[in-house]
Write a protein of this length. Structure first.
Length: 212
């Protein structure tokens, strides 16, 4: 992509921003675009956030992605967008000019979703800076406690990351029991059709205790 095309992209991106905010009325964070080569995109896919803590799993993931890319017909994504404020958008350098324009508009859709979605907007918008500070602390811990001890701790965190709920709930056991009971009752009625609650169902059959 030459300098003339880059200048055109800047103008087009300004127009996309006008359409998104003025015509469509969408809320977006500022976006920092970066056009990267294939190797950099592979690194982003492995590390997710460029300032992430160094760990052997990231190198493993990079080698896996690189091997698949070099020895199969699978291509790389047109873009990767990081949910932050400002948002970070990495575009593939070998995207055709027309594709690059469409991808930039697509990125604005991602960022508008990040900014307004009920759950995504709760995330830390300074995540890039947070991970940078965490990486610096990890390096200090390596000097203090040794690389092996830090690696064990990070590995333990990775093992637990998919076993916790992102939703904080103050639901009591009784409330949970009632909620599950109502769910099961609706399933019971659904099996009998639209009018199952009018016939063939006794209160005794419905109001059975549900073990958790």
């Amino acid at each position: 992509m030459n300098k003339n095309e880059l200048r055109r992209l800047i103008k087009i991106e300004e127009r996309i921003q006008e359409i998104v905010t003025d015509d469509l009325g969408l809320t977006c964070y500022p976006i920092e675009f970066d056009i990267v080569p294939a190797q950099k995109m592979l690194e982003i896919m492995a590390y997710h956030i460029p300032t992430n803590i160094s760990n052997w799993k990231k190198g493993r993931d990079y080698e896996r992605e690189r091997t698949i890319y070099e020895h199969s017909s699978r291509g790389l994504p047109y873009e990767v967008v990081i949910n932050a404020n400002p948002a970070k958008a990495y575009l593939m350098r070998n995207n055709k000019f027309a594709v690059q324009c469409l991808v930039m508009a697509h990125v604005y859709g991602h960022v508008a979703f990040f900014a307004t979605n009920k759950y995504f907007r709760r995330s830390r918008q300074d995540i890039v800076g947070i991970m940078y500070e965490a990486s610096k602390r990890a390096l200090k811990y390596e000097h203090r406690f040794g690389m092996d001890e830090v690696e064990k701790t990070v590995d333990a965190g990775h093992a637990l990351q998919h076993h916790s709920s992102p939703f904080v709930s103050n639901e009591t056991n009784d409330e949970k029991r009632k909620r599950i009971f109502e769910q099961e009752k609706r399933k019971f009625h659904a099996k009998g059709g639209q009018f199952a609650d009018l016939y063939g169902t006794s209160k005794k059959e419905i109001n059975e205790d549900i073990e958790l």
